[in-house]
Design a protein around this ligand. Sequence first.
Ligand code: ADP
Ligand code: GLC
Length: 505
Amino acid sequence: MDNAAPFSSTDSQQSLKILFAASEAQPLIKTGGLADVAGSLPPTLRHMNHDIRLILPAYPEVVERAIPLKEAATLYLAGHTEPVRLLSGMLFGHLPLYLVDAPELFGRPGNPYVGPDGHDWPDNAQRFALFCRAVVAVALNQADQHWQPDIIHCNDWQTGLVPPLLHHEGNRPATLFTIHNLAYQGLFDQAIFQQLQLPSELWSHEGLEFHDKLSFIKGGLAFADRLNTVSPTYADEICTSEFGYGLEGLLRHRQNRLSGILNGIDYHYWNPAADPYIHQHFDHNTFELKQINKQQLQQEMGLPQNKKAFLLGYVGRLVEQKGIDLVLELLPKLARIENIQVVLLGSGMAHFEEALSDASERYLDNIAIHIGYNEQLAHRIEAGSDCFLMPSRFEPCGLNQLYSLRYGTVPIVRHTGGLADTVVDVTAQSLLDGSATGFVFDHPTAPALWEAIERAIEFYHRPESWWQKLAVTGMQQDFSWPSSATQYVELYREAILNPIPNPVR
Ligand code: ADP
Ligand code: GLC
């Protein structure tokens, strides 16, 4: 047993014991930005001398990439007949890692949430309920680790059952639940609630029930000691009916424990001055070298090598959230303009993939599309584009606009969530005071996006130094992790000092 008394870590200098639970983490497994965060916030906190450990499901890719691993414990978990192995290892040589190894649930290669047919795995409730129970066992020092965290940092619905399962435990660690995306909630039929053998008192409107369904995310929202989202604006937006999916009442009820902390980005991995995936390194002093990356990108994507071209890039999941339909609507119009090129990389909904492939065949000279997931190409698109398109309908934080800023690629974004918090629109005033970093538009419509693109094109044709100043201002913004990580530590301490006493009623 650890001799230190639990929850003693309230002195602002004292190191905290943190268990960080997530369903994906870069570089082990990634479908989106959650993996970027889970792969970069914990190492930052480790560098700040906190005793942080990361826990993930043991998907095959993860096990392969995390070797060497050892068997740390055998767990006997409610609702699950087989014993579950807890594996332990080390990530980046300094970050302790736990993997929950239940081969019948996690031993499937590929996307962690959906099968090869593109549909959710039918047993996702069982898979992530088991993951939550394993997290709870580690949290309560019931996994032979002689270690009890002060706080569990839960992320998204896959970890949503952790706070309610811990709630009635005496001597429990504090909990923080981070909402990376409220649109994904982990909703299942009521019968599943019985099958999972969850405590019956959790089936109520104040508990996990949501319109007769079992909601994993509600567990996090209703029972965590503190809640946060990944940008201040999204924290406000989810308290409204437009963005709250019917959960806005609960969120408003918990608003005094809800805040927003902007994501940081990994400044080593996303660094145009040292990125191994790009052809020409550059920084804010050598911005003109970026042009070489544009030519290389044109070549790689089979576009004419046109120095005069204004190149718009897009990288992202092909789902409505990202406003990809607005981009699709504008492709014919963009293709008609001389010296405009568009490069898109993404995967997602079949109808978007098909429509994009059609467009690239039709407009060979201007539009190049790569359907699929390609980490290295994503870096080269960031390095080679003049502007980055991110017309999201909602965006809890968004990382690609931050990568774009870092790579001198001027973002064109909709005024929502983290996009509103990180990009300063080009206006007479912002140009004058030197704060402009991108082009921002309001309405999620193709004409509004078009207007922003036109403004960008027009600005690109002003004296070259104007564009350079705009791009370089973006490159000089600081969205590295340390400042956001410090805010997380403050939030951890608040949760530890001021836990919720009873179930929220
Ligand atoms: P979200 O998490 O909603 O998908 P973010 O902007 O927070 O959006 O993060 C997306 C992350 O996933 C970024 O690191 C982005 O580069 C990456 N990404 C998305 N789609 C692809 C793709 N097709 N190929 C490579 N990287 C991708
Ligand atoms: C989600 C959001 C995205 C955010 C990411 C990481 O997937 O859609 O906006 O950047 O999580 O927090």
